[in-house]
Design a protein around this ligand. Structure first.
Ligand code: LER
Ligand code: MN
Length: 268
């Protein structure tokens, strides 16, 4: 398993993610021995691939994954909106992120970008239908470009659908898309799953990315989640991907990056 750290490329309202001055953060991660960096990209149109290439190669880091949740959080775009033009804008942004992922042999995360529908699920379940339709378009594009997208089950207070591993597994089999996999985030699992170990085993080979944070969104070891058990379960399913820190930068990004690396490396 490899280590990475989630950082936002652009300024964001997400409070739990490290942001601003990502180049310096990449330098710190490289110095600490990280394998990769996970970048959240709000608007891919403002990004120059060559800049990312330059920084990653200077600091010998891989692009572990691309986060897309800011399109919902900061710009109100979502894949489940009842408004077709909003869905289309969201799809367009994510397609551009798929292009970036292709250039770096990376993954695209679909978490918060799923949105909340329009608040309440209506009788016809149009929220679900809209989401399915958006995923069909995205899957078609991602598969053609040989890019994997990972669905992140997110707790019920942040999105209204695909809150746990079981729902994500069923959804993926419904979409029937070979480039769709699962991201496990221990913060959300702590709220939604009955049993971490059973859920990891249920997701099995579909697991392609992992976010680690304790139940309080702090560095693993600062809350009550049993990470030793989780790492053992990931080994059991032969997970070889990234364990990516998605934690509140408290007291500082640097201290968290150091603490996360020490703590998780010892476990793996
Ligand atoms: C994003 O990876 C995440 O975990 C969510 O909690 C975003 O709100
Ligand atoms: Mn996450």
């Amino acid at each position: 398993m490899k280590l990475s750290y989630a950082v936002s490329l652009q300024k964001t309202g997400f409070n739990f993610i490290a942001q601003e001055d990502w180049v310096n953060k990449a330098k710190v991660l490289s110095y600490l021995g990280y394998d990769g960096i996970e970048l959240s990209i709000r608007d891919p149109r403002q990004i120059k691939i060559t800049n990312i290439e330059m920084v990653l190669s200077r600091y010998a880091l891989k692009l572990a994954a691309i986060g897309t949740g800011q399109i919902f959080n900061d710009d109100g775009l979502s894949l489940s909106s009842s408004k077709k033009n909003i869905r289309q804008k969201a799809i367009k942004r994510i397609k551009s992120n798929i292009d970036i992922a292709k250039a770096f042999d990376s993954l695209v995360i679909i978490g918060l970008a799923r949105g909340k529908g329009d608040g309440i699920r209506d009788k016809n379940d149009s929220y679900r239908k809209n989401l399915l339709e958006s995923f069909r378009q995205l899957c078609d594009y991602a598969c053609r470009h040989r890019v994997t997208m990972v669905i992140e089950p997110i707790n019920r207070y942040e999105v209204s659908f695909l809150n746990n591993v079981g729902e994500a597994v069923r959804f993926i089999s419904e979409v029937k898309c070979s480039c769709l996999r699962i991201l496990l985030d221990t913060f959300h699992m702590n709220i939604e799953e009955k049993d971490f170990i059973a859920s990891i085993s249920q997701a099995g080979r579909l697991v392609s990315h992992v976010h680690l944070s304790d139940n309080n969104r702090l560095c693993p070891g600062r809350g009550h989640i049993n990470f030793k058990e989780i790492i053992t379960a990931l080994k059991k399913i032969k997970y070889k991907g990234y364990l990516s820190a998605e934690i509140l930068p408290m007291p500082s990004f640097k201290s968290c990056a150091k603490e996360f690396h020490n703590y998780v490396e010892r476990l793996i």
